[in-house]
Design a protein around this ligand. Structure first.
Ligand SMILES: [Mg+2]
Length: 381
């Protein structure tokens, strides 16, 4: 079997898909994307595809080596995301070739269902209690929310109280049996994060995500030592080499993104590395159906898995949503807040190719907002 074609599709709301076709008619799908830089990743996929056309798609490990290291310069969001999507598609083909779901090729299932959480509150969190109640009604047992919108790096007393009020509103709606995770999005300075962590700790968040920016990861160790709140990070880290220092710093939850951190091949390695630190895996996935399918395949076969993000109804999904490009939406029909294990081959989803091709004709140019502080200076989004 040989790879004959690699195509990319820029589809709303903000995604990029890739499709690898073989001479035997088997097709694999991947989701190589950096949100807001999809066109750049598309160009990277097109260049990397030169290494794949004419090759046996089943030599995934070897392709991963060549794609990540064969160009001398390596890593970073664009290249690692391009490799990630191609890696999804190669695993999808392998599963279809062997007639098995990817998690079976990776050693078989360790669980039959995967707990997923739902987003509430959007970029500027408001009406948290009502939104949490709606997600509980939909069956979810955990939600995630931003701690704040645009904020002062060291929040005022009022700003800190507002974060506490939001998390408390979520906790009140959830009760003690369900969970709330809080994403700081790197919007506070380390000092601001330390103060807010202390204030919300009594509300027992499942974890606090990106308490500081990735460039300040060297400050995670004192932060982890100063709080009882489990710290999470990883959506802006691109390989196991970047996860090692944050695990050494004491994070409790590793959050590689299947579309950013080198795909299924590298995320399974990151999970194994995290296990040696007693840390759990909670893959980042505010993205599309292929990225989620890849995440779930990893979750089904990873012992130290915690919970999975998914984007159904997320504030980014305006022109299209998680289910828009699937022939059969059953794999993402969550039961009691869980994804049920699939036995379908490959990634376990059937992409609606006609819908993808039509959506690509319209494309998208999604960008995140650029925020400013009241004095006009740049603010972290
Ligand atoms: Mg995040």
């Amino acid at each position: 079997m040989k790879i004959v074609r690699v195509e990319t599709f820029l589809v709303p709301p903000r995604w990029l898909f890739c499709r690898i076709e073989t001479d035997e008619g088997l097709v694999g799908w991947g989701e190589p994307v950096v949100e807001g830089r999809a066109e750049v990743v598309r160009a990277a996929v097109e260049v990397l595809a030169e290494q794949l056309v004419g090759q046996d798609p089943l030599r995934i490990q070897d392709h991963w080596q060549v794609l990540t290291k064969g160009g001398f310069y390596r890593g970073g969001p664009v290249l690692s995301s391009a490799v990630a999507g191609l890696d999804h598609a190669l695993w999808d083909i392998a599963g279809k070739a062997y007639g098995a779901p990817v998690h079976s090729l990776l050693g078989g299932p360790v669980r039959d269902r995967v707990r997923v959480y739902a987003w509430v509150g959007g970029d500027e969190p408001a009406q948290i209690g009502e939104q949490v109640a709606a997600q509980i009604e939909a069956g979810f047992t955990a939600v995630k929310m931003n701690g704040s919108g645009r904020t002062d790096p060291v929040p005022s007393a009022a700003g800190t109280a507002e974060v506490v009020r939001r998390v408390a509103a979520a906790r009140e709606a959830l009760g003690p049996e369900r969970d709330v995770a809080v994403d700081f999005h790197g919007r506070f300075t380390p000092a601001g994060a330390r103060r807010v962590l202390h204030e919300i700790a009594p509300l027992h968040p499942l974890f606090v995500e990106e308490p500081v920016l990735p460039d300040q990861s060297h400050l995670l160790a004192p932060l982890a030592a100063a709080t009882s709140v489990p710290l999470a990070t990883g959506e802006r880290l691109y390989g196991r080499g970047e996860f090692l220092p944050v695990l050494q710093a004491g994070i409790a939850v590793a959050q590689p993104d299947l579309s950013h951190a080198g795909g299924i091949t590298e995320v399974t390695r990151i999970a194994a590395l995290a296990e040696t630190f007693g840390a759990q895996l909670a893959p980042h996935c505010p993205l599309g159906p292929i990225s989620l399918a890849a995440s779930l395949q990893v979750a089904f076969c990873t012992p130290n898995f915690l919970i999975q993000e998914q984007s159904l109804g997320i504030h980014y999904n305006k022109e299209a949503d998680l289910l828009s490009y699937l022939v059969d939406t059953e794999p993402f029909r969550f039961v009691d807040g869980h994804a049920v294990r699939t036995t379908l081959p490959g990634l376990g989803i059937t992409v609606d190719e006609a819908a993808v091709r039509a959506a690509d004709r319209a494309g998208h140019a999604w960008r995140n907002p650029v925020w400013r502080h009241a004095d006009g200076s740049f603010a972290e989004w």
